[in-house]
Ligand binder design. Structure first.
Ligand code: ATP
Length: 371
């Protein structure tokens, strides 16, 4: 099966940003450890990772606000080490909008264009078009304080898009917004990216945001890239424990691999429980590794299903609106978290706490992690 990210890459797109063996050190501290990645033209690319992993540092190096200690960054084929920030065809949207409070919305958007040498009338015409793009034309005469947080963020976007940069860098631009507005803005940003065709490099620590918006995601931790792939790759086929744990919710089980036959690995999880899943490269017989199973890939039944099946007892059911989360005690084995969507509850059983039942999964649901 092809994934969105791969399909896009297969179109032979030009590389917008090429980061080659880039290292960033602040004195003795290494903030980025030899990062290499290529971001394609017209791609919505996300740098995702916990606080302090180096995402902003990488973004600032692309923008030209930080020098690269080792390695190089290429922008559409050209090395940019000696290009000052204002000469790069790159613009940044920050978390805190940074609008001028005394200027109207229109002037805020026009200001950067005038600074770049456009005449006042040219700048204002272009600013008007940009406000139309972000659907704020009716507010062009207002001051920033007369707009909501979401509207101010859209002004900041219009301002950053106005000079038609080839690449737009977005550093956690939605984190100051409440959840509902953030979700609406996520879709809006994605549409804007499609409409303008500009390469977006988006920084976030919010995995759901990254999955919703991106063509591809680079998952980072402690200055290193852990995995690069489409949202489906990252979610369905995490390469390691960090990615499996950081992206979404998962059951991370300690297992020992007892046998590998025909591409299938038979794994022991303690307490006499056994599960078979697809073998992966780097995990051999005798390995003690982890298996990741997403809670929504498990289902419960009164009798063992014809798939992989483990006997357990219900500990607790937790109603979380769209789903019911069930904690299952496997008796001398690990606890399992099973998620049942409320939309297909008719097909899947929910049992009362204390009931003995079976937790089942398809063969492909468990994923062995090499580390
Ligand atoms: N100017 C600096 N001098 C020294 N250390 C720095 C400097 N700037 C960043 N760092 C360190 O580099 C590491 C990466 O910082 P960075 O801001 O890139 O992280 P981040 O992933 O963007 O985090 P957050 O999500 O909190 O913004 C952190 O440990 C930070 O303390």
């Amino acid at each position: 099966m092809r994934h969105l990210g791969e399909a896009k890459l297969a179109e032979n797109k030009q590389i917008a940003i090429d980061v080659r063996d880039a290292v960033k050190r602040y004195g003795d501290f290494t903030a980025l450890k030899t990062i290499s990645l290529s971001i394609m033209d017209n791609e919505f690319f996300t740098l995702l990772g916990p606080s302090g992993c180096g995402k902003t540092t990488l973004l600032r190096m692309i923008a030209g606000f930080e020098a690269v200690t080792e390695g190089a960054i290429y922008l559409f084929g050209d090395e940019i080490a000696n290009l000052p920030p204002n000469k790069r065809p790159v613009n940044t949207v920050f978390q805190n909008y940074a609008l001028f409070p005394h200027m109207t919305i229109l002037d805020n958007v026009a200001f950067g264009l005038e600074m770049r040498g456009k005449s006042k009338s040219e700048a204002r015409t272009k600013a008007g078009e940009m406000l139309e793009l972000v659907q704020l034309s009716q507010f062009s005469a207002r001051k920033p304080s007369q707009l909501s947080g979401g509207q101010q963020q859209r002004v900041a976007l219009a301002r950053a898009l106005a000079p038609q940069p080839k690449v737009l860098l977005l550093d956690e631009p939605l984190s100051a917004l409440d959840l509902k507005l953030r979700k609406a803005m996520q879709l809006e940003l994605k549409h804007l990216q499609r409409e303008t065709g500009i390469t977006f490099i988006f920084v976030t620590h919010d995995q759901e945001e990254a999955l919703t918006m991106s063509d591809r995601i680079a998952v980072m931790s402690a200055g290193e890239m852990q995995q690069l792939g489409s949202p489906t790759d990252i979610y369905e086929r995490p390469h390691n424990m960090f990615v499996a744990d950081f992206i979404g919710e998962t059951n991370l089980l300690e297992v020992s691999v007892d046998a590998i036959n025909n591409g299938r690995a038979v794994c022991h999880l303690g307490g006499g429980h056994e599960l078979t899943c697809n073998a992966v490269e780097g995990v051999d017989i005798g390995s003690k590794v982890h298996m990741s199973i997403r809670p929504e890939r498990l289902f419960m039944s009164e009798n063992p299903a014809e798939t992989e099946s483990l006997k357990g007892r219900i500990k607790e059911n937790i109603f979380v609106g769209t789903d019911i989360t069930t904690i299952v005690d496997l008796q001398d084995g690990p606890d399992f978290v099973v998620r049942t969507s409320n939309s297909d509850r008719g097909n899947k059983r929910i049992f009362e706490p204390g009931t003995e039942m079976y937790v089942n999964m398809e063969l492909g649901a468990g994923r062995l992690l090499a580390d």
